[in-house]
Write a protein that binds this ligand. Structure first.
Ligand code: Z5A
Length: 225
């Protein structure tokens, strides 16, 4: 039996971390082996790379080229040590960000050539693409409000959150273009709604796609679908 691979994408504060945790909790409650991981991160080496990328933990900000390579290095490590083994043993793998983030942030945000980035991503992933991607969306005002509630008004916590508005606009437009080019894989989810409604929309889509895989685990009492 092989598992399935679902990624969550979107701008900061869109609700990825919240909703991926809710989906994992629900799956585990149904007895489905669920691996919840994130990018960059998810293994000791990848978490160290995360520190370098987000908070300049090396004491020196990476160049844009080094940044793109570090995201892809972390991805290669995570796939090899966590994601592929889990899929092969039949688990559901839920990943907080994946390759679409590299295209959106380094491609559309930083302005790198998309074809070159795709080649780099392909090298890092060995061609692994999520079976399903949730692109979580909320207005800039809503997302900023959520981040302000978390960190305090004004400055964000990491290098990306401190980027200017124009960078985040390009990233948002990038995600929209990426979603438009992959309508079968990427499902856009409006997170302006109450949390429970958003969680139900995500659950319905996951269950609809993977019920045959989830078999007995999915169609149980309490399902909103
Ligand atoms: N990055 C990159 O450039 N290239 C790459 O290839 C990759 C990543 C993989 C780290 O990502 C940075 O790396 C990221 C892009 C870059 N930086 N940025 N920006 P990250 O995913 O770790 O960081 P993040 O996007 O900033 O995550 P976040 O701030 O934690 O946002 P989130 O996970 O989408 O949101 P959340 O934590 O679930 O929710 C935010 C708050 O809103 C939280 O307190 C919730 O309780 C609250 N909230 C209120 N109402 C709601 C509703 N209705 N739904 C959801 N959440 C709600």
């Amino acid at each position: 039996m092989t598992g399935c691979f679902i990624s969550f994408e979107g701008g900061e504060g869109c609700g990825k971390t919240t909703h991926i945790a809710l989906l994992a909790e629900r799956l585990r409650g149904l007895g489905v082996e669920t691996v919840l991981t994130r990018e960059p991160g998810g293994t000791p080496l990848c978490e160290a790379i995360r520190g370098l990328l987000q908070f300049d933990a090396g004491g020196e900000p990476p160049t844009p080229e080094a940044e793109a390579l570090l995201f892809c290095a972390s991805r290669a490590q995570l796939i090899s040590n966590v994601i592929r083994p889990a899929i092969e043993r039949g688990a559901w793998v839920l990943c907080d960000r994946f390759s679409d983030s590299t295209l959106a942030y380094q491609g559309y945000g930083r302005g790198f050539d998309l074809a070159s980035l795709r080649a780099l991503i392909d090298f890092a992933t060995g061609g692994l693409v999520p079976d399903l991607t949730f692109l979580l969306e909320a207005s800039v005002e809503t997302r900023n409000g959520r981040l302000d509630a978390r960190y305090g008004t004004g400055v964000g916590a990491d290098r990306f959150e401190r980027e200017e508005d124009d960078f985040h606009r390009r990233v948002r437009e990038g995600f929209e273009a990426i979603a438009a080019a992959a309508p079968g894989r990427i499902v856009r989810i409006d997170t302006e709604r109450p949390l429970e409604e958003t969680a139900a929309a995500i659950w319905c889509e996951a269950e609809r796609r993977f019920a045959p895989f989830g078999a007995d685990a999915t169609h149980k009492e309490g399902s909103p679908c």
